[in-house]
Design a protein around this ligand. Structure first.
Ligand SMILES: [Zn+2]
Length: 460
């Protein structure tokens, strides 16, 4: 598979340890392993669909038994970056719960320092400058979460965000809201596991913490009305999630292990309905996957195109917990690395203006006089302006534009790293560059969803 640079936002440090390293680390501290060669241990560590959660978590328990020293953490961090870099990853954020590594006396600060040292070393040898997300465990009391956040804030450096993870049922994220708020006030990014093991009400709870990213989140599909493999209406939580612009860190193989077959995963439906989605490995060793493999699965089992895969990479770059200048550079690197010439773009036009212009063969929207350009979108960018600027309007038409016919005059908006890139056309749009006109009606809930005809024409 050819693909461009990959961005990993959701990767658990303890879920990606090489089996050979697990053997070394466990045996070094006298912990028995279920197998004594790496291949057999790797097979045992792999969780499979239908496995009880308690058995799945026992794999992490074994790994973490060997991850109680600074040397062990440093090694695992270094090797994790090496493996991701070899897979084509250019930006990675590792997450771990500092308090799971304090059994032998390390403090949370020492745990974070040890992982940071490994990432520093990996940066020198691989060039991949990985960051850290500190994890609070949902079933722990709030004061423990506060300790995690305080350690994360004090550490600074590579620590760029916090997460709330662990068993969902019975432990809504809002129990940890004061800790999350403290992290956000200190400038750390916020992501929260929600809608992975439990339903949309967990996502609703997570949204009260105002995360900019959600781990998994795919069960929001249970708050959407689906007809013919397409989302046709959003429930209250789904509408709130989409409006929040939170990025969903989807992990196909991991979700498969929890009972959601990849071929039936709602990833593509969610993308088409305007949710911001990206792909991640979650636990590379424990679920036997890689970042690249997740993209291959999306292509082979969900039929996603190169442009859709590139868009997911770009969206992940946009959602990275990095300072704006670094984020803009990452977005630029990802976009240029995928080298996808977008063949078809979309412009939302007021039907009356389009129809009056069309007869003259040249389209110039009224906004051209003010903005000096015509705003074009990739398929998954259409819904953001539609919902932001045209809510309630029923007189729009989506023009499908052949970018090849106008490419000389096409300029991609300079990246701020905050928004996705939108291509601008500095000049009139010839009516002959328009391949199709698709009505763009409001849905009954007042928010826009992509008309299926538009999806069909643009993807063709
Ligand atoms: Zn996870």
């Amino acid at each position: 598979m050819t693909h461009g640079p990959l961005v990993v936002l959701h990767d658990h440090l303890d879920g990606g340890v090489r089996p050979s390293t697990v053997l070394d680390l466990c045996h070094a501290v006298g912990v028995a392993t279920p197998a004594d060669d790496a291949a057999a241990l790797g097979a045992w560590m792999t969780i499979t669909p239908g496995m009880e959660l308690v058995d799945a978590f026992s794999r992490f328990d074994l790994v973490n038994a060997g991850l109680q020293t600074a040397d062990a953490l440093r090694r695992v961090a270094l090797e994790g970056v090496e493996d991701l870099a070899a897979d084509g990853v250019v930006h990675a954020e590792f997450r771990f719960a500092p308090l799971l590594h304090t059994a032998a006396g390390m403090t949370p600060a020492e745990v974070i320092a040890a992982v940071s040292a490994g990432l520093d070393e990996a940066h020198r040898t691989t060039g991949l400058d990985a960051r850290i997300i500190a994890v609070m465990m949902r079933d722990q009391p709030l004061d423990i979460s506060m300790q995690v956040v305080d350690a994360a804030i004090a550490a600074g450096g590579r620590v760029v965000g916090v997460d709330v993870a662990g068993i969902e049922p019975g432990f809504p994220a809002e129990l940890h809201r004061p800790a999350v708020e403290r992290a956000a006030e200190a400038g750390l990014g916020v992501t929260i596991h929600a809608g992975e093991m439990d339903g949309p009400h967990q996502i609703a709870s997570a949204l009260t913490c105002e995360p900019s990213r959600i781990g998994h989140g795919w069960r929001i599909i249970d708050d959407c009305t689906v007809e013919d493999d397409r989302i046709v209406a959003l429930g209250d939580t789904a509408a709130a999630l989409r409006a929040s612009d939170a990025h969903l860190e989807v992990c196909l193989t991991s979700n498969d292990c929890l009972g959601q077959p990849v071929a039936e995963h709602p990833l593509r439906m969610l993308a088409d309905a305007g949710f911001r989605v990206g792909l991640n490995p979650d636990d590379r060793t424990i679920t036997t996957t890689t970042s690249r493999r997740e993209f291959e699965l999306a292509r082979t089992l969900l039929g996603m195109t190169d442009i859709e895969l590139a868009a997911m990479s770009e969206r992940a770059a946009v959602a990275a917990f990095l300072p704006d200048t670094d984020r803009a550079a990452l977005v630029e690197r990802v976009r240029s690395g995928w080298d996808i010439a977008v063949p078809r773009l979309v412009h939302l036009a007021e039907r009356e203006v389009w129809e009056s212009c069309r007869t003259s063969g040249v389209y110039l929207p009224t906004e051209f006089g003010r903005d000096g350009f015509i705003h074009l979108s990739g398929l998954h960018q259409v819904l953001t302006p539609a919902n932001r600027f045209y809510a309630g309007r029923r007189d729009l038409v989506a023009l499908v534009v052949d970018a090849h016919l106008i490419s000389n005059a096409l300029v991609w908006e300079p990246g701020t790293g905050i928004q996705e890139y939108f291509p601008h056309l500095y000049g009139a749009l010839g009516a002959d560059a328009v391949l199709a006109e698709i009505p763009f009606p409001s849905e009954t809930d007042g928010s826009f969803l992509l008309p299926p005809e538009l999806v069909k024409v643009v993807r063709r």
